[in-house]
Design a protein around this ligand. Structure first.
Ligand code: PLP
Length: 416
């Protein structure tokens, strides 16, 4: 297809039919998207649900403005971490008393890594994947720098099973890889870790809200995840953590702040852990962030998770098929098989950054991860099949017209 000659108003009938029969089609109305923009970056920052703009005005003007300090009781702010956690629990196949929404993913990783190694103290090794998301690796390094008897064994995905042995205390893995989108078999790896007596901590940043998850079906021990990606909780939204009920009374949080105390408002001198997962709270909850995330979760919870999973895979499959048929010698960096992939498709190209910028100039928003990966994410609640088709046509026309060579497309912004 020659660049510039594609009539983007004319979506092929076959593609239009997919949108017409999409059981999730009506969900798109619940989001506010700028006109004409094709948003394929929901894996970095989820689009804005209408409900969030209403809720943020309500919580600022009415709750904070009118209730003032009384809001902690009258508006139930104090229970937001567990109420929001309870909603996330439904999305990840957990019980409501196993999840809290709090802090950032990075902070939650730190708390759970240290807590897990605390109860596996004779085992000194933490197994993780090479090329994991940087914050996960940095935090492991940070923990080890304070606990020098611990060791990190970072291996490639194919060597994981062998690396997990009787010296392993904890396995830390991203369920869906942030760059390639490839997805681990959660059930199989968890079972293997358990067979060697190790605990497992899954980072669910790129799978929560993107597909149906079954943490308790897989007997997962610990998990963390992000509030601002597929959950659409807004920039810097609070993250969440999951601790299986069977482990809760055994684990201690290294960040023993007063909100994780059994009785914060008796102001006791000695720390006593709150019962259950609440002990992993640290400081005062972010009420504005949690309230907005809470309203975003209602949107996701209104969707059928089977439909969501199926559509996420179908959108990725369609994009890959168009890329292959487009014959532009693009190097696919994601698995072809949709059951081994999250909701994003990665393509490798030496000029990836400039190509993404040239596409953004034509209102198709994807993103770039150094050194050479272009990422296109397909959030099933607001991305249509026709968006996938249009995005592929615009990618081809950028490649053919070499418009990525133009003006300032190579100049990198601070946040890519
Ligand atoms: C996005 C992401 C994070 C983000 O961590 P923050 O503390 O929210 O900055 C962590 N891990 C993975 C795998 C991610 O994709």
């Amino acid at each position: 297809m020659a660049g510039g000659f594609v009539d983007l108003t004319e979506v092929p009938a076959e593609i239009a039919e997919l949108d017409r029969t999409d059981p999730l089609a009506a969900m798109r109305e619940r989001f506010i998207l700028p006109t004409g923009v094709i948003y394929l970056d929901g894996h970095s920052l989820g689009a804005l649900p209408r409900a969030c703009s209403e809720r943020s005005a309500q919580v600022v003007d009415r709750e904070w403005g009118q209730s003032l300090i009384g809001g902690w009781n009258d508006c139930n702010w104090i229970t937001l971490p567990s109420r929001v956690g309870g909603k996330i629990a439904k999305l990840i196949g957990a019980e409501s008393d196993e999840v809290i929404a709090t802090d950032s993913t990075s902070v939650n990783l730190f708390k759970l890594i240290v807590a897990a190694m605390g109860i596996r103290s004779v085992r000194k090794t933490i197994v993780t994947e090479l090329d994991n998301f940087p914050t996960d690796s940095y935090l492991l390094d940070g923990v080890v720098s304070f606990c020098p008897d611990l060791k990190i064994k970072a291996v490639s995905a194919v060597d994981l099973f062998e690396a997990i042995d009787y010296s392993t205390g904890l396995v830390l893995l991203s369920h869906v890889h942030y760059k390639s989108g490839s997805m681990h078999d959660m059930e199989k790896i968890t079972a293997h870790a358990h067979s060697r007596g190790a605990l497992i901590l899954w980072d669910l940043c790129h799978s929560t809200g993107a597909m149906k998850l079954g943490l308790n079906d897989a007997s997962v021990d610990l998990a963390v995840g992000c509030g601002y990606k597929y959950l659409s909780g807004g920039p810097g939204a609070p993250a969440f953590l999951f601790v299986a009920r069977r482990l809760q009374e055994e684990l201690r949080s290294p960040l023993s702040g007063w909100m994780g105390h059994a009785s914060p408002f008796t102001f006791e001198r000695q720390f006593r852990s709150a019962p259950g997962v609440l002990r992993f709270l640290c400081g005062t909850p972010s009420v504005l962030g949690l309230s907005v995330l809470d309203s975003a979760l209602d949107v996701l919870l209104a969707a059928d998770m089977e439909h969501l999973t199926r559509k996420g895979r179908a959108l990725g499959d369609l994009f890959i098929r168009l890329i292959v048929e487009g014959n532009h010698d693009l190097e696919l960096a994601s698995p072809r098989e949709s059951t081994c992939r999250g909701n994003q498709v990665a393509i490798r190209h030496p000029q990836g950054y400039a190509i993404i910028q040239a596409m953004i100039a034509q209102s198709v928003i994807g993103d770039f991860r150094a050194p050479d990966v272009m990422r296109f994410g397909f959030a099933p609640l607001y991305v249509r099949y026709q968006d996938v088709w249009r995005a592929a046509q615009i990618l081809f026309s950028v490649l053919e017209g070499k418009s990525w060579m133009g003006t300032n497309f190579s100049r990198r912004a601070t946040v890519t």
